[in-house]
Each structure stands twice: as C-alpha cells, then as structure tokens.
Design a protein around this ligand. Structure first.
Ligand code: AMP
Ligand code: GLY
Length: 426
C-alpha cells in the first residue's frame, strides 16, 4: 500500500518504525518527517496547513492511506477536505472529521459533550467578552485552586491553574481582553481543580466500535521530581501501575463507552485515535481533556508494546470493522526518556551535531528521533525535544536503567534528560 504519514516528531518516528515492522510491504512517505523517519520511508516537504499541496501529492503518488500525527490539520478540517473531493474520498483517512477533532480543538465543545453524555469531568462554566463581568464574579466566589483554559489550541500552554482570586482575575483579563492566546482565548472555560494522579488512555475507534490500546503516563515538567516549567513531555511509562483492572473497568464503563456512543448519537464521523487525559481522584476517574491524536512521547511507549499490525488495524478502522480485532500487547513495561536541547522549554539553539547515533543498541531498546535533521552527512539537532530512547524490561527500574545506558553514549551540545522517569513507581 502507498501510505502518507503527516508529522515530524518522535510520535511519527515510532509510527513509521512500526509500519516498517509489517509483514506486508508498503511504500511509506512521511511529511515533513525527521532524520529518523528517513530510515523508514521517504521524507517529503509538505506544509501541513496547505491542504491543496497534500492533496496534489496524494493524487500524484497514488496514496491509498493517509495517517495524521498532529492535531492541527484535523482541527482545521483536513479529513472533511479529503471526503469532499472525488479524487481523494477513497483514500483511507486515519483521523477524525473537523467536528470530531473539536473534542481537542475546543475545550468548551468537549465540556458540553461530556455534560450531554454524562461523562465525569470537573464542573465548569464558559465565558467570553459578552458575559465577562459575570465571569469575574464567578472567579471571586469560586473555591481554590481554580483552572482557566483557553478554548482553542494554544500549543499546550492554554491551561493556567490559579491559587488566588487576584491571580485568576488577572489571567482571565489577559485571556479574554488582551487575547493572550489570540483567537484561542476569546472564550475561556473556568473549571474546578481536581486533585489526584493523572494518566492517559488511548482508544482507536471506527466511530462505532473501539479497541483499547496500551495506557501510559507522561512526565511534562522539565525538572526531576516533576519540578520546573511544562514541556511537550520528557518521558513516559506504559503500562501505568495504578491502572488496575478494576480502575480500567470504571474507565471503560463511565468514560470510553459513553464517549464512543456519544460520538455516534451526535452524528460525528470519527475514525481515529481518542487520547483521553484522566485524573484518578481517590480511585474515581474524571476526564481532564480529550485529544484527537496520539500523545508524544506516549506513542513511543505504547506503539512498541502493540503487537498487532498497525496498517491492518487502520484498515479495519476505516472500514468500521474494529469489532473483529483483538489487541495483543507486550506484557513488559516500556519507558521512554526524552533528550532535549539546552535551554528548552525556553529559548534554545539548533544545529548541533549528534554523536553516538551509530551505536548498536540491544533488542530491548529503540532510539526515536524527534527534532533532528540531516545535512547530508551529519545528523543535527533541529528542535527542543531532540530524540528519545525507549526500553523494555520486566520492571520500570530496569527499563529506565537500559534507556539511561543508551543515552550515556549519545551526545550533543547542551543535551539534557530526566533520569527519574517513572520515579513514583520504583
Ligand atoms: P490540558 O491542556 O487540558 O491537558 O491541561 C494541562 C494540564 O493541566 C493537565 O495535564 C493537568 O495537569 C492540568 N489540569 C487541567 N485541568 C485540570 C483540573 N480540572 N484539575 C487539575 N488539574 C488540571
Ligand atoms: N504528551 C502530551 C501530548 O502529546 O499532548
């Protein structure tokens, strides 16, 4: 099959690597990809917001399946665009319609969806300039901490947790009056703070049936012990030790089934991943957020654990045949550690040579590229998150040891990684 995969992160390298593991032979293109995906297929330079160019490439290269890694093209309606064009409508499209992607693209849409389908989540209210004064009063009388969320996509920065009313009102004003996150914060969701432990579940749905993929927990803070600024993700663990069968049964009954049924009841076309960010409050699951794609770096632990053929799964997804699939996963633990550029998540420099990539790693470890590029001879850093090392073992401790052993042999100017991924489970 001729396949086009959109994206350029560690998530896309893991997906491309997995597609290469298939028994069937495929021709894989990755746009724009990175130096790692170049070993799994052919990188092509396409702008993911330029739908016409993506369409032209698909027609010219007889693409039969399009897999979308990041959320932005989905939220902007790439799926609907393909479904509306006779030359493209037959391409198997892995990713939801624009309406489905609004579960991630609009926090207010997601909250209303959860309310409508009785899915447990924090209590909330939404505000715009129209009911701004009411919003200020709401913030003044609300219990603390309080969570303010820009409605739209804000590159992972749109959520602010405030610890006093003065801070909350100042943030509210910045978001609505000063357009702190542009269009994205013209509407703000204000919600109650939930105190608990977070994890993520990953579902693949054909809009009618679903399969549950391995679960994961990511580590968002830059510093060890979960200190410092938020990042795109510094590491991940799968499976999550506290996600016991009884907890997961609650998640399926109270959250996953009502979500899939809700999509159907609302007439939303959804063929793709639903990534549900959960919080366990005293053992009871609540939804923190929905995403319409896989997580990064969660993909780098869940995809290596998945034993099913990925393209076979996607074919079943597009044909609404996921009821005929049984998911098979590696029972071992997988962890990944992300190596980032010095200064990240603040300002950082790019273009440093990466040494040690030629080393032989054991069968239990995998190196996935994220922000890397090749200048023809050397592989250079090209982003904040540069690469990650995933390892398998029977325990979190052993898996972390294996990834650290590999990372000790890799070097670039300013390299930094957390050595404590999975620390609470050791
Ligand atoms: P989101 O972009 O919605 O995932 O939010 C980013 C992060 O903010 C989450 O991963 C949580 O750590 C935190 N967060 C969001 N909503 C809440 C909430 N209602 N209670 C506690 N923490 C939250
Ligand atoms: N690691 C979190 C995300 O991909 O959104």
């Amino acid at each position: 099959m001729n396949i086009l995969l959109l994206g350029s992160g560690g998530r896309e390298h893991a997906l491309a690597w997995k597609i290469n593991q298939s028994d069937e032979s495929h021709t894989l293109y990755i746009a724009p990809g990175n130096a790692g995906t170049a070993n799994c297929g052919m990188n092509v330079l396409l702008d993911l917001n330029d739908f016409a160019s993506i369409a032209k490439f698909c027609v010219e290269n007889k693409i039969e399946m399009l897999i979308v890694g990041p959320e932005e093209p989905l939220v902007k309606g790439l799926c609907d665009y393909f479904k509306s064009k006779p030359a493209l409508e037959k391409i198997l499209f892995v990713g939801p319609s624009q309406q489905g992607a609004a579960l991630e693209g609009s926090k207010a849409f997601a909250k209303a969806f959860m309310l409508r389908h009785q899915i447990p989540t924090a209590k909330y209210k939404e505000f715009t300039i129209e009911n701004y004064t009411e919003g200020v009063q709401y913030l003044q009388q609300h219990s603390l901490p309080i969570v303010l969320k820009a409605d739209g996509l804000a590159a992972g920065k749109g959520v602010v947790i405030c610890h006093n009313p003065v801070e909350a009102i100042a943030e509210f004003e910045l978001m609505i009056q000063q357009s702190k996150f542009g269009e994205a914060s013209k509407k703000v969701v204000v919600e109650a703070f939930l105190d608990g432990i977070e994890m993520s579940v990953f579902v693949l749905t054909d809009g009618k049936n679903y399969v549950l993929l391995p679960n994961a927990k990511d580590y968002k803070r830059i510093g060890e012990g979960d200190k410092g600024l938020n990042t795109g993700g510094m590491g991940a663990v799968s499976p999550v030790p506290f996600a016991t069968p009884s907890f997961m049964a609650k998640v399926e009954e109270r959250i996953i089934k009502p979500t899939i049924n809700g999509l159907q009841e609302d007439g939303i076309d959804y063929k793709g991943f639903v990534f549900i960010g959960l919080i366990s409050v005293g053992g009871e699951p609540f939804v923190i957020e929905y995403n319409c794609r896989l997580g990064d770096p969660e993909t780098e632990v869940i995809i290596p654990r998945l034993k099913n053929d990925l393209i076979g799964l996607f074919e079943r997804t597009c044909k609404q045949e996921l009821d005929q699939v049984k998911i098979d996963m590696d029972s071992r633990t997988a962890i990944t550690i992300v190596a980032v550029s010095g200064g990240y998540p603040g300002a950082f420099e790019k273009g440093f040579p990466i040494e040690g990539l030629e080393i032989e790693v054991s069968a239990d470890s995998l190196v996935f590229h994220a922000g890397t590029k090749s200048d023809g001879e050397t592989i250079l850093t090209n982003g904040g998150r540069v690469l990650c090392v995933t390892s398998f073992a029977e325990t979190v401790y052993e898996a972390v040891e294996k990834s650290r052993d590999v990372l000790e042999q890799i070097y670039f100017d300013g390299i930094y990684y957390r050595r404590d991924i999975g620390y609470e489970f050791l």
